[in-house]
Write a protein that binds this ligand. Structure first.
Ligand code: C2E
Ligand code: CA
Ligand code: CA
Ligand code: CA
Length: 279
């Protein structure tokens, strides 16, 4: 036997199999959790920087496991995305967000926009237009109060097909946001043609403000470019007053971040909305 080669291969192979098995296991657990009603939506307020008012909320999914507790989407969205479970999961998120939005309207809470994340798989491989239209209709939630967040990567692969889907979504009367702007490859030429409403500056560009001159220059440029294209610009991951001051100076429209609030479960978000309505 030379160099222990075959052994090394076997070891590597066994390792891969174990990783694959772990993924399959997580995928099966995820499907079961969805069927058992263990998924929850948390809501993070979006604030108008000029007025300080709440204008919307981003719906963020969590997995409430009876044993493990709250499981972060960072752990299961990638598996959901690569396995296709994101199809039914994403549809559940869309339906739940629209239903929740309508419950809040019925309670007479301040009118806000609900932003829902749409993954690349959902955008490219499912009937996103049909399922969104059905979710809105079944909930009785107005399309004008729904915003879909789509990442650059979902748009960059097949820009012409993406364009058609975006147009049809927009015809439903909802708004479209580019999520994590600046982190993916996207052609500005395409961006200019896409029928979008909002640019969300990725938190990676906000984190080191006011210490990183580069990040300040990039954020300022995105705000100016967004405005010149007639878009609303939202900064995410805002944690400090200094970051908010910088964004205000640059005319950024909205922000989201721990400075205002973490994502909240339904009842805590309702309290937040009620307090904000009292001024
Ligand atoms: P994202 O869409 O970029 O969401 C923003 C993430 O930043 C959220 O993490 C949010 O909790 C976190 N965040 C908000 N403010 C701050 C802040 O001030 N500082 C820091 N450090 N973080 C902040 P979360 O909820 O863990 O979600 C992670 C990612 O999982 C999301 O990133 C999104 O890509 C994905 N995701 C979450 N919910 C869904 C969903 O329903 N569908 C899909 N397709 N993806 C989802
Ligand atoms: Ca998002
Ligand atoms: Ca984001
Ligand atoms: Ca992100």
């Amino acid at each position: 036997k030379e160099n222990g080669g075959p052994d090394a291969w076997c070891f590597f192979h066994a390792d891969m199999t174990q990783a694959a098995r772990a993924r399959l296991e997580l995928e099966a657990r995820l499907r079961q959790a969805l069927a058992d009603g263990h998924m929850r939506l948390y809501y993070q307020p979006q604030i108008d920087i000029a007025t300080g008012r709440v204008t919307g909320a981003e719906a963020l999914v969590r997995w409430l496991d009876p044993v493990e507790g709250l499981i972060s989407p960072a752990r299961f969205i990638p598996v959901a995305e690569s396995s296709g479970v994101i199809g039914p999961l994403g549809e559940w998120v869309m339906r739940e967000a629209c239903a929740q939005g309508q419950r809040w309207r019925n309670l007479g809470l301040p009118e806000i926009t609900l932003a829902v994340n749409v993954s690349p798989h959902q955008f490219l491989l499912t009937d996103i237009v049909g399922s969104t239209a059905a979710a809105l209709a079944d909930a009785g939630f107005p399309a004008a109060q729904l915003e879909l967040e789509i990442t650059e990567s979902a748009l960059a692969k097949q820009p012409e097909e993406a364009m058609l889907v975006l147009r049809r979504l927009r015809q439903l009367g909802l708004r479209l946001a580019i999520d994590d702007f600046g982190t993916g490859y996207s052609s500005l030429a395409h961006l200019k043609r896409f029928p979008i409403d909002v640019l969300k500056i990725d938190q990676g560009f906000i984190r080191d403000i006011p210490h990183s001159a580069d990040d300040m220059a990039i954020s300022a440029a995105v705000i100016a470019m967004g405005h010149s294209m007639g878009l609303t610009v939202l900064a995410e991951g805002v944690e400090t007053a200094a970051q908010l001051d910088f964004l205000r100076q640059r005319g950024c429209d909205h922000f989201q971040g721990y400075l205002c609030s973490r994502p909240l479960p339904v009842s805590a978000f309702e309290d937040f909305l009620r307090r904000s309505a009292q001024g």
